[in-house]
Design a binder for this molecule. Structure first.
Ligand SMILES: Cc1cc2nc3c(=O)[nH]c(=O)nc-3n(C[C@H](O)[C@H](O)[C@H](O)COP(=O)(O)OP(=O)(O)OC[C@H]3O[C@@H](n4cnc5c(N)ncnc54)[C@H](O)[C@@H]3O)c2cc1C
Length: 385
């Protein structure tokens, strides 16, 4: 069998690494002409590090194991603390925060000699009884038994199945950066969130004297899509917040800050037909609130490879993969939307109520709400369609 993977992001690379473990041939086609460091960070939670461990990928050497997750008021006063180390022990795998580029490097190493074609932009595909043909912008074609659309939120593979489909916009912008930064309030393995009204901040230790930070702010969708306020706008947005928040923004060069709109897509009930399927954001783009977009893409790749390796007929394998993954992906997409709505509350009364609920929710419930999305069992046997 030969699998054509479209996109060398986290989902595509994990799919290739997992297929390689099963001895299945794959080739990756990536639109970008080269790999570039996005300069941002990622939280890879226990569910995903469990998968990566099964693929012999260890992120703990380049990132920082999350020890404590805390939520604060904008001025830095702590509202709640979650014992992440203890939760990770229960889940059997750590949560790690690190530079995105380090995740990509580890995944690229794991695909070994799998052919990876850069500057290879898919424009369409055709399938027949014997296989699937991918057509690229430069006129080349590639032929395989299965085609996996791992081409992200603006997936061409998905668009060929669904037709034009607008992204869903949530009316806030997200700024991100990775910078050299230490501060007495940011302990080893700290993941700190600060909840304001209509804006939030995240500050994470990623090891090596570096921090990953992100900030959000409610703005009209067109401004979120094309933020032009520069670093000045961010400094103003977080003026008067905790000392470490103000300091990390101040210490970040303007050109190190990436700005992205909060977007996801309608949840698809059908991820593929025949010899074609989707993984990662192409299948189920989600908001960042649960930190599970990359994690769920990693799970997808592993589960897909498992079914292709254990089911004789590839089209049955794809449908089994989709049926297995859909319920969990749907939970993560809707869970991220629900949490995002709470996190971005602007109304003062609603925000005060949110703070009171957060303060007085019993730890048992808070812990369970945070641990459930991180539960994932590696597949062992094929599931019936
Ligand atoms: C601000 C922000 C913070 C985030 N934080 C986290 C986090 O902490 N934890 C977490 O788990 N997730 C997080 N995510 C989500 C995570 O980044 C995504 O879910 C994940 O990158 C999806 O991986 P993917 O491989 O599906 O898609 P992508 O990473 O988008 O990769 C798709 C690849 O396909 C290529 N491509 C596109 N079109 C074509 C084409 N036509 N032909 C060939 N190649 C093509 C692209 O160039 C790209 O390389 C965050 C996202 C954002 C925006």
């Amino acid at each position: 069998m030969r699998v054509l993977i479209i996109g060398a992001g986290i989902g595509g690379l994990t799919t290739a690494a997992a297929l390689r473990r099963h001895g299945i041939d794959a080739e990756i086609h990536e639109a970008a002409p080269e790999f570039r460091d996005t300069g941002t960070g990622l939280g890879i939670l226990s569910n995903a590090t469990k998968v990566l461990h099964a693929l012999d990928i260890d992120l703990t050497t380049t990132g920082r194991v999350t020890r404590k997750f805390t939520i604060h008021r904008p001025d830095g006063r702590q509202l709640r603390a979650l014992p992440f180390e203890d939760m990770s022990r229960e889940l059997g795998s750590p949560a790690v925060t690190l530079a995105r580029t380090d995740v990509m490097t580890a995944l690229r190493a794991a695909i070994g000699d799998t052919p990876l074609h850069l500057g290879s932009r898919l424009i369409s595909y055709r399938q027949d009884d014997d296989g699937v043909t991918a057509e690229f912008a430069d006129g080349r074609t590639a032929r395989g038994d299965v085609l996996v659309g791992a081409d992200g939120i603006r997936s061409v593979v998905r668009a060929q199945q669904t037709g034009p489909e607008p992204v869903r916009e949530y009316g806030y912008v997200c700024w991100l950066a990775v910078v050299p930064f230490t501060h007495p309030n940011v302990e080893t393995g700290a993941a700190r969130h600060y909840w304001g009204r209509g804006q939030r901040f995240g500050l994470m230790d990623i090891g090596g004297g570096r921090a990953y930070w992100w900030g959000t702010k409610n703005v009209p969708p067109d401004i979120a899509r094309d933020y032009t306020g520069g670093k000045e706008g961010i400094v103003t947005a977080f003026d008067g917040w905790a000392d470490e928040v103000v300091a990390v923004i101040a210490g970040t060069p303007p050109d190190a800050i990436v700005s992205v709109p909060a977007q996801d897509r309608n949840f698809l009930d059908q991820w593929g037909t025949g010899r074609v399927t989707l993984v990662g954001d192409a299948a189920h783009a989600m908001l960042t609130s649960l930190s599970q977009g990359a994690g769920s893409s990693i799970e997808d790749g592993y589960v897909l490879a498992h079914h292709l390796a254990t089911t004789p007929d590839p089209t049955t394998a794809l449908r089994t993969y989709e049926n297995t993954r859909r319920p969990r992906a749907r939970l993560l997409v809707t869970g991220s939307r629900q949490l995002s709505r709470i996190e971005q509350i602007h109304n003062p009364l609603a925000a005060a109520t949110r703070t009171a609920i957060l303060r007085y929710t019993p730890m048992r419930i808070l812990r369970s709400r945070n641990i459930e999305p991180m539960r994932f069992d590696l597949p062992t046997t094929p599931v019936e369609v």
